[in-house]
Design a protein around this ligand. Structure first.
Ligand code: ARG
Ligand code: ZN
Length: 415
């Protein structure tokens, strides 16, 4: 039984029926290149009328812009025809998405960890939530003077929302702090992997001890645990939360459109079936509410905010609700470029979110900037797909880590 047979154009993510995981057999990803405003508009119209899942696009760059689109098997010949007629060129970037998914995480079920309690972590495969939380527990138990496990609430499906505080300060909340999160969007698996890697490097690698001089770290690897688990067991491309909406057949809110700053503006949708559904109101989601409450409680301390997403290799600077720059934009740009200069394997673009991507009102980074956090970045990690083979995790996270030092050096001087 395929929901696509019903012709639900806006049903971008297939709902998993019963226990069976969704298959992406025969699905392709195309990179479409447009040369003019007209061609760009043509592709955006296709997206609209077929309800296509667009993995990457540029709202204000019609010329030579690459748009990555997920193509379901039953639309392949029809869309080929449409693009050919319009004389628009494209390349097939992924010929069979299910094969890519099958090859992505070969050690997924190999039971690397004997116990679900306290244990170590590795970056040679993607891990389920239990493993990630088990590692955080292990660190808190092993380094009690350094690591505090903080529970900030419960997800819609009753999973605990954990983050860690890493600090060697004797008096709490007195030093400048860095906030880092991952796992806003369920399918962006490389982001929790990087967040846990950063935790490991700060806590367990003696050579990085200097990162604890005058800085507290708050790191939350999985902001949207319900979605994350769903993307592991049911539907690899799940993005949103898992809450019920006003529509019986569409689940979930885009947590990165659910924040109380310019909520409901451009780049968000009021359609519960949309991948960028803003929710019934700002903070309709328990996850975003708990997150905003915690950050607000530390907003005097937090000087730098990094929200980790994928994909696209970009360091993005607010605002994202509109094509405008905050007053310290140049400062954020300078620091962002210094940090990106450290990347050797992957080349990141640095710039304003709307200049480099598209508008996204109600996103978390805009909100963080709006409450006065000085340096705010959204990171789009490598590569240019959500499906990143597990053997690439280490190269990506190791390439990124030196940037943390650049950020820390700057932040340690702020009081
Ligand atoms: N891919 C992320 C999203 O769609 C990044 C958004 C970055 N912000 C922006 N305003 N473009 O939520
Ligand atoms: Zn994302």
């Amino acid at each position: 039984f395929s929901l696509f047979a019903l012709g639900c154009l806006l049903l971008v993510n297939q709902a998993a029926s019963d226990d069976k995981a969704v298959s992406y057999s025969g699905y392709q990803v195309w990179t479409i290149t447009t040369r003019s405003n007209e061609e760009h508009q043509f592709v955006l119209n296709l997206r609209q009328s077929y309800g296509l899942d667009v993995w990457q696009w540029h709202e204000f760059q019609p010329t030579d812009a690459a748009t990555d689109v997920l193509i379901p098997p039953h639309l392949i010949s029809e869309l080929q025809l449409k693009l050919n007629e319009a004389n628009i060129s494209y390349v097939v970037k992924i010929t069979d998405l299910q094969s890519a998914i099958n090859d992505e995480n070969p050690n997924a079920n190999s039971n690397l960890f004997e116990t679900k309690a306290a244990h170590k972590m590795d970056w040679t495969s993607y891990h389920r939530l239990d493993d990630i939380y088990g590692y955080l527990n292990y660190l808190a138990a092993t380094y009690p003077n350094l690591v505090e496990l903080i529970n900030i609430g419960t997800s819609y499906e009753n999973r605990t929302l954990y983050l860690v505080r890493i600090s060697n300060a004797t008096a709490p909340d007195t030093q400048p702090a860095v906030w880092i999160d991952g796992g806003f969007h369920a399918r962006e698996w490389i982001s929790p992997a990087l967040a846990t890697y950063i935790i490991q490097q700060i806590v367990e690698e003696p050579a990085n001890a200097k990162l604890l001089n005058n800085i507290d770290w708050y790191i939350m690897p999985v902001v949207n645990p319900d979605g994350y688990e769903y993307s592991h067991v049911k539907s690899r491309l799940w993005r949103k939360t898992r809450s019920k909406t006003s529509s019986a057949r569409c689940i979930g809110v885009d947590p990165n459109r659910n924040f109380d700053f310019k909520w409901g503006g451009a780049g968000s949708s009021s359609n519960p079936c949309s991948e960028v559904f803003k929710g019934s109101k700002a903070y309709s989601e328990v996850e975003t509410l708990a997150y905003s409450k915690f950050i607000t409680s530390k907003s005097n301390q937090i000087k730098l905010y990094l929200s980790l997403h994928s994909c696209g290799q970009k360091l993005l600077i607010p605002w994202g609700y509109n094509r405008e720059y905050p007053s310290n934009f140049d400062d954020m740009m300078t620091l962002g470029k210094c940090a990106a200069f450290k990347f050797k394997l992957f080349k990141y673009g640095v710039g304003n979110k709307v200049d480099l991507l598209y508008r996204a009102a109600g996103n978390a980074a805009d909100w963080a900037k709006s409450i006065g956090i000085e340096y705010v970045y959204t990171v789009e990690l490598p590569t240019t797909s959500f499906i990143v083979p597990a053997y690439n995790i280490l190269p990506i996270v190791q390439d990124f880590f030196p940037a943390i030092d650049v950020f820390a050096t700057k932040i340690a001087t702020l009081k």
